[in-house]
Write a protein that binds this ligand. Sequence first.
Ligand code: NDP
Length: 339
Amino acid sequence: MTQPVTSTQIQLVSRPEGWPTAENFRTVTVELPDLAAGEVRIENEFMSVDPYMRGRMNDVKSYTPPFALGETMTGGAVGRVVASTSDDVPVGSVVVHQLGWRDVAQGPAAGVRVVPEVDGIPSSAYLSVLGMTALTAYVGLLEIAHLREGDTVFVSGAAGAVGSMVGQIARLKGAARVVGSAGSAEKVALLTERYGFDAAFNYKDGDVAGELAAAAPDGIDVYFDNVGGEHLEAALGAFKDGGRAALCGAISQYNTTGEATGPRNMANIVTRGLMLQGFTVGNYTQHFPAFMADMTAWVTAGDVVFDETVVEGLDHAVDAFLGMMRGENVGKMVVKTAR
Ligand code: NDP
């Protein structure tokens, strides 16, 4: 008799108030059924932990539905197909899919995307530099903020998965000056020394508006907002006339329980003729082919560098998620789930 195939999975069991804790989650091991027609079984190699998952832990309607209590969470993952009843996705394929938070995933082949194996590029890259977070940077900068040659660009959360890509893409697409903020001196050094930012500051030193004014004395044309709150207020104060902002995220607000802080200088939008536009990357997947062509060329040529913070083991996935929310990552935070 063959051994049953099992999958270890992480579920949300209660909704966090403020910062999540280990008690909000549980780990279960389930037996997987035989594959139905047109399905694949995948041994996940890496899973993604992302800020948007915090929103899905609340019972609030958003652009993605809340995680159901007592059910396994989902999210980006990459792994290798170990069993298949689909001619389209043979055993051995490396696939990207949405059945993360588990070591073995199983579902319709139609829900996975086969990706090439490239020498020197780990499969985790499909969750970072060749995946959703870098696409977010590309779309936000080029399609939402309409970056122009000669622009001065400011990006917050600049040492993270999205932010580190924003700075490098801005430079490659002709920005004249690129400024970033991040939460430690080490990250600030990385921005200027590795990612090619012209100036960077540690927002935890205090005065975000003052630091930004010093780093971009002539003002900014583009703001890529990953943080919200005080950072958005500082950007509104630093904009030149006709400035543009891509509102990508507001991570400073995701775990707050009290009143959210917002900019007090919204009138600048009127007087300076600013354009602020929010977006979610899922509505811009038509740009994926152009993004992949550009990014593959940039990475191959060494024009874009990328970092990943890899946490080992599915049993540390919740720690990895919380660590990412606290800023323990450089570049993309991923969890190595391979058994
Ligand atoms: P990151 O890799 O940037 O990780 C999150 C980072 O946020 C941490 O490393 C930390 O860095 C920073 N951070 C945490 N708390 C604060 C705070 N109070 N103030 C300032 N920075 C803080 O994550 P992602 O690159 O995946 O996501 C970045 C942003 O982009 C998020 O807001 C996310 O929601 C958004 N996003 C939006 C998408 C869309 O479609 N609109 C798609 C993907 C992401 P530090 O040490 O610098 O504090």
